[in-house]
Design a protein around this ligand. Sequence first.
Ligand code: FES
Length: 148
Amino acid sequence: MIYSEKVLDHFTNPRNVGELPDANAIGEMGNAKCGDIMKIYMKIENNIIENVSFKTFGCGAAIATSSMATELIKGKSIEEALQLTNKAVVEALDGLPPVKVHCSVLAEQSIKAAIADYYTRLGIDPTPIVGVIDECDACHDHGCCHEE
Ligand code: FES
C-alpha cells in the first residue's frame, strides 16, 4: 500500500493528540466493522473552535486523517467545521488508498458528534443543525478495509 508523504508525516508526527481538559464539546464515534474508536475534544467560544484535539484507538490512516482534520478546523467557525468533508481531508493529505478512505469518515463523523454534543449541552436539539450521525454510513458508503 502506498501512502503519501503527508499521510506518513501526520501518522508519525500527529498534531493535536490528547484530551482537552477544558473541552466543552466531546464526540466519540466507532466503526462497527473494524472496531476502531475516535474521540474528538473541542473548546468552542463564540461559535469558534478555539482548540481541538483527538484520541484514537485506530489505524494509521485514522490517526493521519484526524490529525489533518483537527488542523483544518482549528480557529474555524462551527459552520465551517460542519462543512468539512472526509473528501477534503483526504485531498489535504494528497490522497489515501481506496480501502482506507472509510477511516477518514471516522474523523468527519466524530467532529459532527462533538458539535452535536456542544449543542446538546446548551439544551439545543442538534439534529436540525448537524443532521443525523450514523456511524454505519461510513461502512455502507465507502466499504470497510476489514471486509472481504
Ligand atoms: Fe478502522 Fe482504519 S479506521 S481500519
